[in-house]
Design a protein. Structure first.
Length: 543
């Protein structure tokens, strides 16, 4: 099935199917004209037979030529089709495109309730291009999605993102019908390299996504290996409804808040209810449940979430042991369970399967930080940042470098984290997590006034959140406000934060580390770990 799908994709790429359809249509017209006119012209009866025979003989010739050559109607010429793994030099005379951004597809549905759908299609295309086009720089979701809803010219967006080309589009979904438009724009001159509209049934969604990715790759004239071309038509769920739930789950997961993670888990659960063989959705269940446990280790559902993550991550691997995301999710779950050696093996397997696996490196770096392996933590987090611009990765990389005494390098990463998080807050002004990261980062960059403003904003957004309390405590500790830092730590503990290990390794708390009240809090956390939890405390994604 995979080889057949790959063959069909290659036929589309070389436009063989289009050429054959056109040829057959022209041949049919010629035959019909001949049948109507030959008797009037008193031509022999065998003339029509000859025309039909010549049309039949011409078909294999058209097949061969269509496979070897590529008709580009928009530019009015024929060029030789680039071979898989061949030279990547542009064949259309344009300067080669080295970077591309994928913008979220606008929701044009009647009820304007399909934002998750447009975001999901764009994210899948972004991931495909990033993974398959290895010499093409593709900015991360957090960067390209920061332009959602902003009325800016494509050239201006391209300039701000520092890319050569953009993919943008729209979705309109009504019942079981979907209309998707997509276009590829060279932002250097505003030239439209490719555009197309698809009016299909919802069940055809995966074919549409494959076609869009393939057409973008063709228009870019990017050289792909056989393995990369096969990856474009990767595994899809048996039921498109499962995919819809999966996309909703990813939308909530990116928000990384208690309620949003609960919604994400519910959406992923519905996806596997519809399609129990959907390994990627099982990995989503595991990641959401593990993330909830890590963010809120003292919560009432922490143990149940961890047990569900354990089951779901194992199920994902049982269904598809070649899926890098499944190994990353399993590693994250083992990390949350403090089974570090096993987690490390899963992270390394994920990276081996997919050299551009962001999650495995990010989680690996977090695990190393928790163990005090700061050099390894900084290395994996920096590698993760090379793959994807991510505010969390930048922030934790800065923390690791700070703890190593590499202050100049740490400031570079703090500035990068501030830039990414600020763009994120423009679209998500109610995200207290991003606000607390900005608060601590600004203080680390010796801008305490700005840092305090962000801290107050974070508390105003969600004054009951344990993570917010913890991060504000870190902020006060950085500023030497020991009393306020201890007070916020106490409130974080009361709100459900129950992690000793992370606090012990967090450089932001160095100023209060010798305070007797801080030592008492650590002792209290150790007691809670032994009596209230069947596992040691896990690291909070805190300041």
């Amino acid at each position: 099935m995979a080889s057949l799908r790959q063959f069909v994709s290659e036929l589309r790429r070389r436009r063989v199917i289009r050429a054959v359809v056109i040829y057959l249509l022209v041949a049919w017209i010629v035959i019909q004209v001949g049948e109507a006119t030959f008797p009037s012209l008193r031509l022999p009866e065998w003339t029509l037979t000859l025309v039909i025979a010549m049309a039949a003989l011409g078909l294999p010739i058209v097949l061969v030529l269509a496979w070897a050559y590529n008709l580009q109607p928009r530019e009015g010429k024929i060029v030789r089709s680039p071979e898989v793994g061949g030279d990547s030099e542009s064949t259309n005379g344009r300067k080669e495109i080295e970077s591309i951004a994928v913008l979220p597809f606008a929701d044009m549905s009647p009820d304007a309730d399909q934002e998750y759908f447009g975001d999901g299609i764009a994210e899948e295309l972004l991931i495909t291009l990033n993974n398959c086009c290895r010499n093409l720089r593709v900015p991360a979701r957090s960067s390209s999605f920061s332009f959602k809803g902003r009325d800016l010219d494509a050239r201006e967006i391209g300039a701000q993102l520092g890319v050569d080309a953009l993919v943008e589009g729209s979705v309109r979904k009504s019942g079981e019908k979907v209309r998707i438009t997509a276009q590829l724009i060279d932002v250097r001159d505003g030239f439209h390299l490719w555009s197309e509209s698809y009016d299909r049934q919802l069940v055809d969604l995966f074919d549409i996504q494959d076609e869009i990715a393939q057409h973008v790759v063709d228009a870019l004239d990017v050289s792909l290996s056989e393995k990369d071309r096969q990856a474009i038509g990767g595994a899809s769920p048996a039921d498109v409804r499962a995919y819809e739930y999966y996309l909703k789950g990813r939308q909530f997961f990116h928000q990384a808040r208690k309620k949003s993670l609960e919604y994400a888990m519910e959406m992923f659960r519905r996806a596997v209810d519809v399609d129990p063989e959907y390994a990627l959705a099982w990995a989503g269940v595991a990641e959401s449940a593990s993330h909830s446990t890590m963010l809120y280790p003292g919560g009432s559902s922490a143990q149940a979430d961890l047990e569900e993550a354990d089951r779901a991550s194992q199920k994902a691997l049982e269904l598809d042991a070649s899926l890098a995301q499944a190994h990353a999710a399993r590693g994250y779950t083992l990390f949350a369970m403090q089974r570090f050696d096993e987690a490390q093996a899963e992270f390394e397997t994920a990276i081996e399967l997919d050299p551009k696996q962001f999650e495995a490196r990010y989680y690996y770096g977090r695990a190393c930080f928790m163990q005090g392996r700061l050099e390894d933590a900084a290395r994996f987090l920096m590698e993760a940042l090379d793959i994807r611009e991510d505010r969390e990765a930048a922030f934790f990389a800065a923390q690791s470098l700070e703890a190593l005494g590499r202050h100049a390098e740490a400031k570079v990463q703090y500035r990068k984290g501030v830039e990414i998080a600020t763009r994120h807050m423009e679209l998500n002004p109610d995200d207290p997590r991003a606000a607390t990261l900005l608060a601590v980062a600004h203080c680390r960059l010796e801008d305490p006034e700005e840092g305090l403003e962000w801290a107050e904003r974070a508390l105003a957004i969600d004054p009951e959140d344990a993570g917010v309390k913890y991060n504000v405590a870190c902020l006060y500790a950085i500023q030497g406000e020991s009393d306020k830092a201890i007070e916020c730590l106490e409130q974080a503990l009361q709100a459900g934060f129950g992690t000793r290990t992370w606090i012990e390794n967090d450089p932001d708390l160095d100023s209060v580390r010798e305070d007797p009240r801080f030592q008492a809090l650590l002792a209290r956390l150790q007691t809670l770990d032994r009596t209230d939890s069947p596992r040691p405390g896990s690291p909070q994604q805190g300041g």
